[in-house]
Design a protein around this ligand. Structure first.
Ligand code: PLP
Length: 472
């Protein structure tokens, strides 16, 4: 253990000494390098012994100071083995991305900068990077020129922002200022969405006071796509919420027929494209998102398909004034500028400089790299489906993007097999229910997944199903 700094030193002296201690940086780099070097061999879900090691964190609030080197050492010793090896190439749970080397390194520098991108005067560099990323995102995703970006924690919050802008704009059209007048007595707005919309959409609707009872659900087809033939009549007080990438099947709502109808009716269209909006960045998958440029707002995660580090969601909106009005904030001490003041497009004021990592990801990959990334995730998903099919599993969805839904002969076998997979340490998949049946969800969302990772994961499926059969 490194001896704690003598108590005679002031806090400033102690922290200054720690900050200038070169060992802190070399040890942090060494711990990170060690982690990365072993993550492919690490169990995908931590072993029981590693989870037990987490007990070391269960201590009363420290009554003494601890040297930064010891803090780091403790985190690496007991924290690193208990991580889920999400970056090791065989993690297929939920829809979790990875991190590119450039973004990973950039985030270290960004943490040293400790910038707050709320206002230009707080951080000219991050304001600039946010503006640059906004332009690059529009180019990659084929969105209209007047679109602006707000950088938030994830798609949950991005959807909240897009729907807040919709609420503000549609009520304003009826002469109602929702910020001032609130919702009681406001003209009624309608919400139309596909029967298989993501739970975060309902959460945003609840938070924004739309309520969820009155939502008009359009039946979805067998893949979870909204059926445009069953759209109810839309009007200028309607918000239509579409989905680019169903969280289970990866299916995309048909954008062109729905957006056209919405446009003619003067409805607002929001697209939840958490992971699927990135399909627009590849020639092979762009057909799935054709027509998204007709929407009014979009939510997308850079921390999913793009493989930017976590905590990087983006709301995109072609009506900057509606988004800014919905998220309006005032204060005598707020110093606005001629440049981008990021907080006008986010619900929060202070926040992390997410755009640094986003910029590093996009700069390092460039548009060919993003396209290759999207293509490789889709290719690996198709490989999964093919090898699982050959091994006797049922693949229940059309594999149009990066998601594969798998089932065994019986629901009980599927559940048991999933338990076996999750306990194997070889790979990790989540479960879901599809068409009333339990399924194993495979989401290929990390650049680190190679063909051999998929084959190894398929072997883990086979082993788990054999063990399940023997146990039943
Ligand atoms: C379609 C869809 N919408 C929203 C979300 C939520 O995104 P986040 O976890 O970034 O809030 C997800 C997460 O997987 C998703 O797949």
């Amino acid at each position: 253990m490194n001896p704690a700094a003598p108590p005679t030193k002031t806090l400033l002296e102690q922290l200054e000494a720690q900050r200038n201690d070169a060992r802190l940086y070399t040890q942090a780099a060494e711990a990170a390098r060690e982690y990365v070097a072993s993550v492919r061999q690490q169990r995908v879900f931590p072993a029981e012994s590693a989870l037990k090691g987490l007990q070391h964190f269960q201590e009363p609030l420290p009554q003494t100071m601890t040297d930064a080197l010891d803090v780091l050492q403790m985190l690496h010793r007991h924290g690193s083995p208990a991580t889920v090896a999400q970056t090791g190439g065989r993690y297929f749970g939920f829809v979790c991305g990875g991190t590119t080397p450039a973004a990973m390194a950039a985030s270290w520098l960004a943490s040293v900068w400790d910038q707050n991108p709320a206002l230009y005067v707080l951080s000219p560099v991050v304001s600039t990077l946010e503006t640059v990323c906004e332009g690059w995102l529009k180019a990659l995703l084929g969105l209209p020129d007047d679109t602006v970006a707000g950088y938030v924690g994830g798609t949950s919050m991005a959807t909240f922002c897009g729907l807040a802008a919709a609420r503000h704009r549609l009520l304003e059209r009826s002469g109602w200022d929702v910020n001032r007048q609130g919702l009681i007595g406001a003209p009624r707005l309608r919400v139309v969405l596909g029967g298989d919309a993501h739970g975060t959409v309902y959460k945003a609707l609840a938070l924004l006071g739309f309520g969820t009872d009155a939502v008009e659900r359009v039946p979805a087809d067998a893949q979870g796509r909204l059926d445009p033939a069953q759209l109810p009549p839309l009007d200028e007080r309607t918000v239509l919420i579409l989905q680019a990438g169903n969280v289970n099947s990866g299916a995309f709502d048909p954008m062109i027929p729905t957006c056209q109808v919405a446009r003619e009716a003067g409805a607002w269209v929001h697209v939840d494209g958490a992971f699927g909006l990135w399909a627009a960045a590849s020639q092979k998958t762009a057909h799935l998102t054709l027509g998204i440029d007709m929407a009014d707002s979009w939510s997308v995660d850079a921390h999913k398909t793009l493989n930017a580090p976590y905590d990087c969601g983006i709301v995109l909106c072609r009506h900057p004034e509606a988004l800014a009005a919905a998220l309006h904030l005032e204060g005598a001490y707020i110093q606005r500028s001629q440049h981008r003041d990021g907080m006008i497009f986010t619900p929060d004021m202070s926040r992390r400089a997410r755009a640094v990592e986003l910029w590093a990801t996009l700069k390092a990959l460039g548009s060919p790299g993003v396209e290759a990334l999207v293509d490789s995730l889709c290719e690996r998903a198709r490989q999964f489906a093919q090898e699982l099919g050959q091994a006797g599993f049922r693949v229940l969805n059309e594999v149009v993007f990066n998601q594969v839904l798998v089932a065994c002969d019986t629901p009980q076998m599927t559940r048991r097999t999933l338990e076996g997979i999750q306990g194997s340490g070889q790979c990790w998949c989540g479960g879901s229910v599809w068409d009333g049946e339990p399924v194993i969800r495979v989401s290929v969302c990390n650049w680190a997944t190679g063909p051999e990772d998929v084959s190894r994961a398929v072997r883990a499926f086979v082993d788990a199903s054999q063990a399940a059969r023997a146990s039943l």
